[in-house]
Write a protein of this length. Structure first.
Length: 551
């Protein structure tokens, strides 16, 4: 290759990286700056601020986040141990069942629990001896448990991988040196997976603090306000108070940043590398008969609470005509599903809207994520750490904070045009929220490709566009397709951004279900939930198939 061609190629890479940086600064940096600008320079009326309510919602969010981490850890840790270190490692089908709660939106899970636990609900219908179940179960612990049953699979996957990383040779060495007892094993394991736990617990906290669906449904019933519900109330209820919502968003962001720093400190202190030149193998711990029975009881109870309760409520309510007539054969009907599939009905239009928005968001998320992944892997690209940091920012910030920032920025009168109150705004919001997932998928796939292949391509295919179409794109296509499907699933079920910025007169599946539940029309809402869950399950099976073939 001539020196002139090499200089042109270097210049094009630098130009592309600078263009991507400027685009990310506009798309991801500007909304956060707009949020801060409104707080410090906006018309924030101190007299209208309810300091006590603000502090209460802040305290509630922190306590809820910490409690969910504790409960989710107590659920995930034994399960991860059983799947990684005992005969339960044979039962791979358990991973499919464990994944279901995480792929179920929290607001659906909380709605299912409400149908079971409210007065006259399914629990009281099955066990009439229980009087006033709301007094027994409508409390903070139940809210934290519901949210933990949704998020524990995320901790489970991380802890299971940490257990797998502890090879049998390490445990055998510990036994030789007199460290083979149960207590000593715990002391051996703890430092080795505390980093994995801390990183996952951080994400659990961020997701819990930023979660809207469960606090807006179950939390509102028990009178437990959190930052997300207060932010939504300031934006969705008259009089609208955007500066106050921005301040609450900033408080949430500050809490998240403090937790991020705490996790970084833990990771720095408990950072270990396992060395060994031999093949990795794991040791299987033999359980006694009693221990095996107790283990199965724990797994079955956990799956019953996390999968059985919510989905049984959705199915039962979707197939019953009137909720007041209870669980009787003459109350079984398909009328709710007929209403869902009525072509001119609200539900059918909501499904069409969700498909359109999710498809558009998934397409642009993969496009942006792939472009960023390609840029940060170029050796001569400029500002690579800054580009990657800006691209991953939406993953580190609660969705409601990000959405408020976008609302403020795109409502600015200084802009020559605005996307606000248009379907394009929804696609932009979903794209910016979820393109980091696409970036992670493509980046991981890109790392598995031998760099020598691209060096050879420079010789035999000097044209950059042809090189990308004929070589790079086929190698990354499966990961891009997987990223597209995952982004589609998340966008299809998203609730809080849709509630905040959906144009008037439009509904998505999530807002339709939420509104039906709010209005008391739970039958059609649960029928829509069942259909959307089946769509999600089908796409997840397809995604797993693609990932398996890509290994």
């Amino acid at each position: 290759m001539s020196s002139t061609s090499r200089k042109i190629r270097i210049l094009s890479v630098e130009t592309a990286s600078l263009t991507v940086l400027l685009a990310l600064l506009f798309l991801t940096g500007a909304p956060l700056l707009a949020l801060l600008q409104l707080i410090f320079f906006g018309n924030l009326d101190a007299e209208k601020m309810n300091l006590a309510a603000t502090l209460k919602s802040l305290f509630n969010s922190i306590i809820l986040g910490g409690t969910v981490i504790l409960l989710a850890s107590l659920l995930a840790l034994p399960l991860a141990f059983l799947r990684a270190k005992t005969i339960f490692k044979r039962y791979n089908w358990l991973d499919w069942l464990i994944l279901i709660p995480y792929m179920t939106p929290p607001y659906l899970g909380s709605m299912g629990w409400i149908l079971w636990l409210r007065s006259g609900g399914y629990l009281q219908q099955l066990f009439p001896i229980i009087h006033d179940p709301e007094r027994l179960f409508y409390n903070f612990f139940m809210l934290a448990l519901i949210m933990s049953l949704h998020i524990y699979p995320f901790l489970y996957w991380s802890l299971k991988e940490a257990f797998f990383s502890i090879g049998a040779s390490i445990e055998e060495a510990a036994t030789v040196y007199g460290r083979g007892t149960t207590g000593e094993r715990v002391r051996l394991w703890s430092p080795l997976f505390v980093t994995a736990w801390a990183a996952s617990a951080l994400i659990v906290f961020v997701e819990t603090v930023g979660e809207f669906g469960a606090p807006a449904t179950f939390g509102r019933v028990i009178g437990f306000p959190v930052l997300t519900t207060e932010i939504y109330r300031k934006v969705a209820s008259w009089p609208i108070n955007l500066p106050y919502a921005a301040l609450l968003s900033f408080l949430m962001l500050a809490v998240v940043l403090i937790v991020w720093l705490s996790e970084w400190k833990i990771r720095q202190k408990f950072s270990f590398h396992l060395l060994g030149g031999k093949g990795h193998r794991t040791q299987t711990i033999t359980l006694s008969t009693v221990q095996t029975i107790l283990a199965w009881m724990f797994v079955i109870l956990l799956l019953a609470l996390s999968v059985g309760i919510p989905y049984s409520a959705m199915l039962i309510r979707s197939f019953t005509r009137l909720v007041g007539r209870g669980l009787t054969l003459d109350n079984i009907s398909l009328v709710n599903y007929f209403e869902i599939f009525y072509l001119k009905g609200t539900a059918w239009k909501a499904f069409q809207t969700s498909f359109t928005l999710a498809f558009g968001a998934a397409f642009f998320a993969v496009l942006i994520g792939s472009l960023v992944a390609l840029i940060i892997h170029k050796r001569r690209a400029l500002f690579k750490p800054l580009i990657e940091g800006l691209a991953l920012t939406p993953m580190m910030i609660p969705a409601i904070v990000w959405t408020i920032g976008l609302m403020i920025f795109w409502n600015s009168p200084s802009l020559p045009f605005t996307l606000y109150n248009t379907p394009s705004m929804m696609i932009l919001t979903y794209t910016l929220l979820y393109f980091p997932f696409a970036l992670q998928y493509v980046k991981t796939s890109y790392r598995r490709i031998d760099p020598k292949l691209f060096e050879a391509a420079l010789v035999f295919q000097p044209n950059a566009l042809n090189r990308f179409i004929r070589i790079t794109l086929p190698l990354l296509f499966e990961s891009m397709l997987a990223a597209f499907l995952m982004t589609f699933i998340i966008s299809f079920r998203e609730l809080v951004a849709a509630l905040l910025i959906l144009p008037p007169g439009m509904q998505t599946v999530s807002t339709y279900i939420y509104s039906q539940f709010e209005q008391g029309s739970t039958g059609t809402g649960m029928a829509a939930a069942v259909v959307s869950t089946l769509i999600t399950l089908f796409i997840m099976i397809l995604l797993k198939k693609i990932q398996k073939e890509n290994l």
